[in-house]
Design a protein around this ligand. Sequence first.
Ligand code: UDX
Length: 461
Amino acid sequence: MRIAIVGGGYVGLVSGACLAAHGHEIVIVESDPNKVKLINQGNCPIFEAGLPELLTKTVGKSLKATDRIEDAIAVSEASFIAVGTPFDGDSIDLTQIEQAARDIGGALKNSSSYHLVVVKSTVVPGTTDNTVATLLEQTSGKKLGVDFGLGMNPEFLKEGTAVEDFMTPDRIVLGGNDTKAQDKLAQIYDCFANTDKVRVNNTTAEMIKYASNSLLATLISFSNEIGNLCKALPDTDVTSVLAGVCLDKRLSPIMPSGERITPEITSYLAAGCGFGGSCFPKDVNALRKFSAQHGVGSTVLDAVIDTNKKQPEQFVQLLNESMPDLTGKTVAILGLAFKPGTDDTRESPAISVIQQLLNTNAKLVVYDPIVDSLPPEIASSEISMAKNLKDATSQADAVLLVTAWEEFHGLADVLNAQNKQPLVVDGRRMLNPADFDQYRGIGLGPRTQNDKPDGNVASAA
Ligand code: UDX
């Protein structure tokens, strides 16, 4: 099918490239001329595994980019809205959604055939059927359900594994204003024959996305709260506690063969220095505000955000307890990205960690395997960027591990090779405490730390 995708950002570009690889003819509509140029040259404007290869395969064949929305809509049977919906602290900012709806409506004015408009951006329940529908009707002069259909198809891809997530989806939510719209949307996803499809109205589709992200964020804050309690108890390690919890067969089912399955969702049951990224903080906050607007309490989600805000402080407290005076000390911070596998630093816990260390008279050295410049919130002359793990740790009195990059598993070897034994504070519980002379970890009780535990935990294996 010929499809226009309005917005060449993370969701739009990945969805476009994947649908193009599945044989659809995709035009990405992007207002940034530089991005349009890059895409049409087959160059990937973002860091995302598998995407450059996909662009090489599809650009010039089934994928192209343009800044001319009218031309793109004129040749398309369907269009996706995949623009940003930033949270401004009070509600999600619909400026880009509204503009996209107006532009698509304007382009549909002279169209004589049925066109399906699909909202892919994350929007609060009701936005598609109210704001988007109204703008489309006003600007096109056409009638919803007669001349055009309106769908809602949330995206569940994760940064770092976005291409894989799109290509092997766990579910496809087919929201639509009526059966005709749902059928047309289903046709686009015919190429995913074996994937569970959820046919719902648009409001339900919007709600599924928010509820999904809120559940995952809740698991993380729950784990962090349990971890903070473990830290206050002697000889108690949150890693062992949560490993024991995860062996509940409702979380890790035992197959008739006796083999145990460890579903991916259990990875969110892990204590750390908090969640970040472009989705969880924004979506949970937007849902809280939305609940309040409807006079409905959001006690659980309020606590999820509260715990998450405080988590980087819990992490820095481990450093402060072991090294109360940071004057003249060198502190290495490992990781700037909000999680491994991405160069995205939005809402990264590393920002909050570093902000707490500014003005402590410590010398700060930051290293991230992919991110090579400081996020704007902490751009400061007090911080230097190291080029590799060795440089980052060569002078360090303390090393703070914030992002769980695979490379950091090699920290003990790097330190040993330099004959260094700084204090290591593990914000992701990915290191073996026994490998270090001085080790502090999130969710690890006091005596356990003195005893230098060997890091063995209950295991599903
Ligand atoms: C998330 C959802 O997973 C995805 O379905 C949705 O489409 C967008 O939001 P993303 O933000 O890319 O995706 O990342 P995700 O891997 O889910 O991680 C989000 C946050 O949770 C990160 O800060 C990450 O560090 C944290 N996290 C993730 C944990 O703390 N523990 C985990 O086990 C996994």
